[in-house]
Design a protein around this ligand. Structure first.
Ligand code: SF4
Ligand code: MG
Length: 317
């Protein structure tokens, strides 16, 4: 396919060092995750916290190295080397934590321009910073100010400007709006969509919120305990969710009026990834589980209507 830009295939099982540093205990955070990001499109990875989606984001951008197994970047155009990550920039959930508080905004945005030698001379760099600030809806004068002088939404605009400064083709966005008020979220999402159109960007968009993802993504991969359980075009997934977990996620689209409803519907917290259930990992919470589900893990197979699904009860494609 001409349009295809990369297939990410975390093809071998690998282990990720456990967060609490207990000796000799490892967390298998992600396993056998394969997805395709088409150039100029947005793929969303969706799932509850702890499902491994942030780990995938960090592997794809090279922030983490797999502790076992491999990540295979399979380019559609043979001209590019195999096994090399794409030029990617990352936008994080918390812009407060990811922006150096002691640096002026202008220096924060200028850093990648200098590092990659994208402009020669202070004047050209300054002009580029001003242009980037305008691109994200801020004023060139904001270059002189410090991150703490801005609101959460404005700080996320600064993060986006910094990510764009190195002229990436691919942006990995990990919950970029989850720390923001709902009204501000919409502004940032609209900005990201406009930038995608104008600059031809490709997005990998990580979120726990299907409502957010619906407006951003062309395609959605649903993750559960480190594996992709269903993958399809956005409208197909919303019209006909075939994995029971996807159906539950759709019912639990966050409702500010009933914050605890999600957990009740979902049957409690997800199991620990340190000790994943046998058979289908979702079976302890699945309303449709049978005996087979607790013994045998379902294969990933073709999904009726396009995409893939991993459930014994999904209809034949
Ligand atoms: Fe539920 Fe069984 Fe399908 Fe797993 S395989 S999602 S437990 S029905
Ligand atoms: Mg996360």
């Amino acid at each position: 396919v001409d349009q295809l830009s990369r297939v990410f295939d975390v093809s071998a099982p690998w282990l990720n060092r456990m967060i609490d540093r207990k000796p000799k205990r490892y967390l298998r955070a992600v396993q056998d995750v394969t997805f395709v990001v088409e150039k100029g499109k947005c793929l969303a990875l969706v799932g509850e916290s702890g499902c491994g989606k942030s780990t995938v984001a960090r592997l794809v951008t090279g922030l983490y190295a797999p502790s076992e197994g491999a990540i295979v970047f399979a380019p559609a155009d043979k001209g590019r080397g195999r096994g090399k990550p794409m030029e990617a920039q990352m936008i994080f959930q918390d812009p407060h934590a990811s922006l150096n508080p002691r640096w002026r905004v202008g220096d924060i945005i200028a850093e990648p321009i200098r590092e990659f030698g994208l402009r020669s001379g202070a004047e050209a760099t300054e002009a580029r910073v001003a242009e980037l600030l305008r691109t994200v809806g801020l004023s060139p004068d904001d270059a002189k100010r410090y991150p703490h002088e801005f609101s959460g939404g404005q700080r996320q605009r600064i993060s986006i400007a910094r990510a764009l400064a190195s002229e990436p083709e691919f942006l990995v966005c990990d919950e970029p709006t989850s720390a923001l008020d709902v009204s501000v979220q919409a502004q940032i999402l609209n900005l990201m969509r406009r930038l995608q159109d104008e600059l031809g960007l490709t997005y990998l968009f990580i979120s726990h919120n299907l409502a957010v993802v619906r407006h951003m993504a062309d395609r959605i991969s649903v993750m559960y305990l480190g594996r992709i359980v269903e993958e399809a075009d956005t409208e197909a997934l919303f019209a006909d969710p075939q994995h029971p977990y996807t159906r539950l996620l759709l019912q639990t689209i966050p409702d500010v009026a009933a914050p605890n409803r999600d957990r009740e519907l979902m049957g409690g917290e997800p199991p620990s990834p340190l000790d994943p259930p046998k058979g289908c990992a979702f079976h302890p919470r699945c309303p449709m589980a049978t005996d087979l589900c607790s013994k045998t893990a379902p294969e990933v197979r073709a999904r009726k209507g396009g995409g893939t699904v991993a459930c014994h009860l999904a209809p034949a494609a």
